[in-house]
Design a protein around this ligand. Structure first.
Ligand SMILES: [Zn+2]
Length: 164
């Protein structure tokens, strides 16, 4: 299967000879794929820190990786987007005066910073966008969003299938 941005991948260095359990393998995800010099495709990846598996090794830049050193891991995408539970996806919350009596207007939701959405990584850490600043941790969130994601995928497939 062709690799795509968003895929959860394992980097296998050449000296590991295809061994997925080699200690130098790195887990991460693809942020983009580009052709260089008009022909060879490379993937830009972010990798999880090996010291702390709940952190990304780099948060500000992706690392260029030859496509042939990557294999797709099948336990779900590296992140899943979900609707912000504080503003129900609108990105805004009502703003009241300090005594709480008078409605002033709408302001950016403090939980999602007005995006309306957040992403959850496989280790239940939240971020404002894939590879973006971390926004806390919510235990079990990835697993519950994965169920939602798989269900939606199945529903879309069923709807796309011709009637029997
Ligand atoms: Zn929000």
């Amino acid at each position: 299967m062709k690799l795509q941005p968003g895929n959860h991948v394992l980097y296998i260095p050449n000296h590991a000879n295809g061994d997925r359990n080699h200690p130098d393998c790195e887990e991460g995800f693809i942020t983009s794929i580009k052709k260089l010099w008009g022909r060879k495709e490379f993937a830009w990846c972010r990798y999880w820190s090996r010291i702390d598996p709940t952190r990304l090794r780099t948060t500000s830049c992706s690392e260029m990786t030859p496509m042939q050193n990557l294999v797709k891991l099948e336990d779900g995408p590296a992140w899943l987007p979900f609707q912000c539970m504080n503003c129900n996806g609108s990105g805004f919350v009502s703003h009241y005066t300090y005594d709480g009596d008078d409605f002033v207007g709408a302001k950016d939701c403090p939980v999602c910073h007005g995006n309306g959405r957040l992403v959850v990584y496989r280790h239940d850490h939240l971020a404002y966008w894939p590879g973006g600043p971390f926004a806390g941790k919510l235990d079990g969130k990835y697993a519950s969003e994965l169920i939602e994601y798989e269900t939606t995928k199945r529903t879309v497939k069923a709807l796309a299938a011709p009637p029997a």
